[in-house]
Design a protein around this ligand. Structure first.
Ligand code: MN
Ligand code: MN
Length: 458
């Protein structure tokens, strides 16, 4: 059951193609550090490929290319197939939210002659990894008149950055005895945003100066943070990792690496018999909840819209469409790290460089919370991968009872559709900079194309 290293397939033109694809991916993750930025980028890419907003269609026919968004934090891109929607759709689902730190609604305060902003982290960050790093502010502020102000500070090399300060080791004797999960407390992740006082201001003059700058640059008042969504993310671009440039080091591979490759697969796929879809979803890192998470009825509603634009609508047709759908729930896998091999069971672990990774199940403590894909469906996928010369591997998330995790697979599985977890192996998952292998990025993209072209009801 030894899986070959995927790099051995690539040389000359094919290697150049792999590297070029990764340059495009690097641009995407360097620019898109929030859900909204991913959706805006995806819309532009879709339009470049001739996709149009669902609102522009009165009727949908085979070959039509359509995208639809939800609150600027979800996007679905569809290519309508020859077969009725009722026959099911080939879906690639991935999430575009990543662990990060968010500004609170009443964030700005002054202490010890510094202006700081209070935060609340999002998702499973390892808190001690985020201190004393250059951080950028990305997000949106809505004024009461609904004017939208986009914020992006810290990415241009001439921009200032913000940062979370850390205690010097000389005075950290007590702090350093704490366990890793409390050595930096959640309330101690506040960012430093200024220290120059406003002339003539008596009280909180540094804070006043920062507010004055925000007023001048963005025309916002302190109260406008109440209706804002500002995300604090690692500043700077994704970089080639390794002297051989074989890997990408960057923020947010989980799960934008699967999102980008899934979207590109739908854009680049040849005409398919079935309708195909890339579904990029939010809130996976906090349980897939709310209006923009996978638990939302939004996706189901969109399928209902597609049915009504292709044929006479009935609720039964919608039920059939969802049950008959085939899906890859694409999310990153934990790659074996040579520094931490003891947490993996090496026969059933994901390795960087061995291609797309399938997880029959994820979960923890006896597979709890997982989707456990149907073996007959897995057999179909094996056949699709092998006949398209795709390198793939199978894995579990670590040794039994070592920990665990979940994905959106079981949520779509609730419709009775065939779903399996698939994705790209990552090192340093959830860290400010994560690692992927360029060959896995390219292999996943090719695997997703093979899937949308070939997956059928069984
Ligand atoms: Mn993920
Ligand atoms: Mn994650």
């Amino acid at each position: 059951m030894y899986q070959k290293n995927a790099w051995s397939k690539y040389e000359g033109d094919s290697l150049n193609e792999l590297m070029k694809f990764n340059e495009e991916y690097k641009e995407f993750i360097s620019l898109c550090k929030t859900e909204r930025e991913c959706v805006s980028y995806a819309i532009k890419l879709c339009e470049k490929y001739g996709f149009k907003s669902l609102k522009e269609f009165k009727k949908l026919n085979s070959g039509d290319k359509v995208y639809v968004t939800n609150m600027n934090r979800n996007i679905c891109a569809f290519v309508i197939g020859d077969k009725p929607i009722e026959d099911g759709i080939n879906v690639l689902g991935a999430h575009i939210d990543s662990p990060r730190i968010d500004l609170k609604q009443n964030p700005i305060y002054e202490a010890s002659n510094f202006a700081l902003a209070d935060t609340h982290y999002y998702g499973g960050i390892v808190k001690y990894q985020w201190v004393s790093h250059p951080l950028a502010l990305h997000g949106v502020i809505y004024k009461k008149d609904l004017t939208e102000i986009n914020i992006n500070i810290g990415e241009d090399e001439n921009d200032p950055v913000v940062c979370i300060t850390d205690l010097l080791p000389h005075l950290a004797q007590q702090k350093n005895t704490k366990p890793a999960n409390t050595v930096i407390e959640g309330e101690d992740l506040d960012i430093t945003i200024g220290h120059m006082p406003l002339n003539g201001e008596e009280k909180d003059a540094v804070k006043a100066n920062v507010l004055k700058l925000l007023k001048e640059k963005y025309d916002i008042e302190e109260e406008d943070f109440i209706s804002a969504e500002i995300e604090i993310v690692p500043a700077g671009k994704a970089r080639d990792l390794g002297l051989d440039r074989s890997m990408v080091l960057g923020y947010g591979h989980d799960d934008r690496v699967c999102a980008y490759t899934s979207l590109r697969a739908v854009l680049d796929a040849p005409k398919c018999e079935s309708t195909i879809c890339a579904f990029l979803v939010d809130k996976e890192e906090i349980g897939s909840v709310g209006a923009t998470g996978a638990h939302s009825k939004w996706f189901e509603n969109i399928i209902a819209e597609l049915i009504s634009l292709t044929t006479d609508y009935s609720d039964l047709k919608l039920r059939h469409a969802l049950t008959n759908t085939r899906m890859l729930s694409s999310d990153v896998s934990a790659g074996v790290d040579p520094l931490y091999t003891s947490v993996f069971e090496t026969k059933n672990a994901a390795y960087l460089g061995k291609g797309i990774c399938y997880n029959k199940y994820t979960g923890s403590r006896g597979k709890s919370g997982c989707n456990d894909a149907d073996p007959k469906y897995i057999a179909q996928i094996r056949e699709i991968m092998d006949s398209n010369n795709i390198n793939y591997q199978t894995a579990e998330l670590g040794k039994v009872d070592m920990g665990g995790g979940g994905t959106i697979a079981y949520i779509l599985g609730n419709y009775g559709m065939n779903v399996i977890d698939a994705g790209i192996a990552v090192l340093s998952m959830h860290a400010p900079n994560e690692v992927v292998s360029k060959v896995d990025v390219f292999e996943a993209y090719k695997a997703y194309i093979a899937f949308v072209v070939n997956a059928k009801n069984i």
